[in-house]
Design a protein. Structure first.
Length: 320
């Protein structure tokens, strides 16, 4: 890979910092929030069931549900009148996170195998009655989207500063309590998504940053935090660390296949944010597939029948 100029490093860092995905994770990027969304898709609707499966304490769960209701992602549905009892359901905006949930499931199944806890081992597509993996597919050329086949460019029409201000006001108070697993070998998708720095570093890598100094300058991360997160991400197998200079020794961080496979998770968040955070307007980055210059349009499809996947059309029951 060619060396990036200081201007390119700065521009790439700004793209990542002001991206819709970064803004979206300001709202959702908290471990407990992510676990609540996961469980709602697994049809765990009642407070006690959510308490049991997320492992959150009562006050934390109540707080996260309240914020999700305020954000219009979840609504309270009465299931009993006296005394009044409510269950929690996803609104259309919440159901729009289904591709994101599928992408996480797929990444965890592929890369964590036996270490996956509390996720169904098999998903079955009701339409074709077959077990499947979700495929993130380009609508123009019908090919699966991979990190090597996607390019990004700044969207000149986007007023990054205005929007970033709007979104930062809406940042929920809960992001301060971010959680990072301290053991890279047990690193789950929620550990990446629930930590702002992990997200920015991975985003930077997907946009072309490689060198330690470039991550530091482009993203403005302090050296101790950067060193800590890169070490974890290497231990978790998302990056390879390679020396590119000796005396003084300098390292670059290349995404492994596991790191590159994180792309559909980011793509799903990008698409959701364009639909629900900016009401259809594009963010600061235009993503294109290698088949054409126009912004990429994609769906998550069943690997068995190629049909588009919808939440009501997928079951966790094993095939008969
Ligand atoms: Zn394409
Ligand atoms: Zn199918």
């Amino acid at each position: 890979m060619a060396t990036l100029s200081p201007e390119q490093v700065k521009a790439t860092g700004q793209l990542v910092l002001n991206s819709l995905v970064a803004q979206c994770l300001g709202l959702l990027g908290d471990r407990w929030t992510l676990l609540v969304i996961r469980d709602l898709f697994l049809r765990r609707h009642r407070f006690e069931a959510l308490l049991q499966h997320t492992g959150a304490v009562r006050s934390t769960l109540a707080n996260r549900l309240k914020v999700l209701v305020q954000q219009g992602i979840v609504y309270r549905n009465p299931y009993q009148m006296s005394p009044a009892r409510y269950e929690y359901r996803l609104t259309p905006k919440g159901l729009g996170l289904y591709d994101f949930a599928l992408a996480i499931w797929s990444w965890e199944q592929k890369w964590l195998g036996d270490e996956v806890v509390d996720l169904p081992p098999v998903l079955v597509h009701r339409s074709c009655k077959k077990p499947f993996s979700p495929i993130c597919k380009c609508l123009s050329c019908d090919e699966a989207i991979t990190s090597n086949s996607v390019t990004n460019r700044p969207n000149s029409a986007y007023l990054a500063t205005t929007r970033a201000t709007n979104f930062s006001k809406r940042r929920s108070k809960i992001s301060a309590g971010s959680h990072t697993a301290r053991d890279g070998s047990l690193f789950h998708a929620t550990d990446i998504l629930g930590d702002r720095w992990n997200n920015l570093i991975l985003g930077g890598a997907l946009y072309g940053l490689r060198r330690y100094d470039d991550f530091q300058r482009g993203l403005g991360i302090s050296t101790n935090i950067l060193a800590d997160r890169l070490k974890l991400l290497v231990e978790a197998g998302l990056f390879n660390r390679v020396a590119y200079q000796s005396g003084p020794k300098r390292y670059q961080y290349n995404l492994t296949a596991k790191g590159q496979d994180y792309l559909p998770v980011a793509m799903a968040l990008h698409k959701w944010s364009e639909r629900w955070l900016t009401q259809g307007e594009r963010g600061n980055v235009i993503l294109s597939h290698h088949c054409e210059d126009a912004p990429v349009q994609f769906v998550f499809c069943c690997s068995a029948c190629e049909g588009v996947l919808h939440p009501h059309d997928v079951t966790t029951a094993p095939p008969c």
